[in-house]
Design a protein around this ligand. Sequence first.
Ligand code: PLP
Ligand code: COI
Length: 342
Amino acid sequence: MENTNIDWSNLGFNYSKTDKRYVATCKNGKWEKGKLIEDETITLNESAGVFQYAQTCFEGLKAYTAKNGKVVVFRPDLNAKRMADTCKRLCIPELPKEMFLDAVEQVVKANASYVPPFGTSASLYLRPFIIGSSPVIGVQACEEYHFRLFALPVGSYFKGGLAPIKIMVSDFDRAAPNGTGDIKAGLNYAMSLYASKLAKAQGYAENMFLDAKTRTYVEEAGGANFIFVTKDKKIVTPKSDSILPSITRRSLLVVAKEILGYEVEERKIRLDEVENFAECGLCGTAAVISPVGLIHTKEKDIIFNGDETVVGPVIKELYKTLVGIQLGEIDPPADDWVREIV
Ligand code: PLP
Ligand code: COI
């Protein structure tokens, strides 16, 4: 069953083609029944809405081989809900939750040989997305849409796995108040590419974006939310209407409070108080929890744990507990967190 051509322990976060993907079309506001296909390419009209006005959104979630050998997916219902919320904001007919979950199940089953074995710390990344597929030339929503969910085996998003990363505060803003920061629209990522290129050229793995209105508060990174730990071991995360409601962050807050017994708080976090925190991490599906060792600001470099190469104890504990839940080694706070597929 297992694909023997893949070096599971040395996977990065790069595209590779797997056997089957799920596709469905929406016409006249109605999503038609989808199916699995082999073709990884898409042919579209040159004036399709996705090309002209970026009418596109996506999601990201992972399938794992659990300790008992079953293949499981972590909280896919929340991705289905977030995609529906994103659709609404982008004038895309909402993809029904049942269809999203059916696509997840069919694609994981059809590509079961690509699910990394237990203990490799790799996973099968699922990328659902929707594009406006019919031609438009005036600025307007499309009449037809294409939904697709494909899968690829991945390792860690940042080089070095659980090794702390260095990030910098960006001079650019990610999302405006009352804008699109809280949805998973492709346009939020297109605008982050230049900031990301500048950060990488200076040796930083990611950006910290600040609130666009006052440039005072911490928002999020290009592809993950922030989580901080105070010196008296309270878990604090930024509260903002213009950040993506991360499923990993929401799950971690429950895990921290209900399983590990930490006090947790969601509140506005000023950039000038970040140096008082003991630990910092980025959290997200791709990032899992990536410890942050250093944040470069205009005034100074903020170093956590007194040494930018050390992973803080609370971040480490959160990581182990979350991954333990995802791999079926630790009981989840609720039965529907880990969905068995095969
Ligand atoms: N923030 C941004 C901008 C992201 O792209 C992601 C990744 O999905 C996250 C946060 C983390 O969200 P989640 O934990 O749901 O993957
Ligand atoms: C994810 O974590 O699934 C994302 O979509 C983030 C992206 C930067 C890879």
